[in-house]
Design a protein around this ligand. Sequence first.
Ligand SMILES: NC(=O)c1ccc[n+]([C@@H]2O[C@H](COP(=O)([O-])OP(=O)(O)OC[C@H]3O[C@@H](n4cnc5c(N)ncnc54)[C@H](O)[C@@H]3O)[C@@H](O)[C@H]2O)c1
Length: 251
Amino acid sequence: MTGTAAALDGKRAVVTGTASGIGEAIARAFLSAGARVLAVDLPQSNVGDVYADHAGAVPMAQDITEAAAPDAIAARASEALGGLDILVNNAGIAHGGSIETTTDALWDRVMGVNVTAMFKITRAALPLLKESGAGRIINLGSIMSDMGGPELFVYGTSKHAVAGMTKSMAVDLGRYGITANYLQPGAVVTALSAPFFEDEAFRTYWVEKAPVGRLGVPTDVAAAALFLAGDDAGFISGVGLNVDGGAIVKF
Ligand SMILES: NC(=O)c1ccc[n+]([C@@H]2O[C@H](COP(=O)([O-])OP(=O)(O)OC[C@H]3O[C@@H](n4cnc5c(N)ncnc54)[C@H](O)[C@@H]3O)[C@@H](O)[C@H]2O)c1
């Protein structure tokens, strides 16, 4: 991240799902770039310890699917950061299953984290983002925002919803100087994806599918988030940015 050290100086950010993986990498990149970050993750996570070394981080133990979560997150951002410039809706879960095996409970669980919480947290944060004058919303989609995948029925559905929701946010919120974009990671090794990559054939498939010839790491995605969060990205809105080593464009 050399050369971008002060890119977010004075900015105030909320990032969800920051105890591990891509969310942690985004929060750390923002902190290194001078932002203060409200770092949200589940009460049973170790989010309080992850940022013990960072004065600019405010950890918040909160399940984002709880009814009180959106207002609680906005209130904490206001109180601890004095406002909000950047919202990263990163927290997400993935569970396997086809349309035939997906139960109502699984559907509600995945859509609850990946879609409904994203909508409600963003809605609650809007007064603060409007005050910012240059608000940034960055949502975590996936390459599965553009395609289906075997045994990933509800996950794929949820990530397509992220694409549609983000484009609608961009249209509704541009008048307030707010941009909304979504990131589309490919195969990135994290706690969420590790069980899938234990299958050697699956791992090899994704290494070979990416023209750059490797799996992604969380900092690959954080670099894209840092760019979209910055002042220079103010004319980019409604876009899905693939961070996949080129995998999706190769058949
Ligand atoms: N890893 C990949 O290959 C990949 C690919 C495409 C998209 N994504 C997306 O990137 C995002 C981050 O995924 P990751 O791979 O870093 O996963 P991860 O499991 O490492 O991290 C997700 C974090 O979200 C938190 N979280 C889950 N449910 C929550 C809830 N209800 N309330 C608060 N926090 C909650 C978890 O505790 C965890 O710390 C997700 O939206 C995921 O769908 C990941």
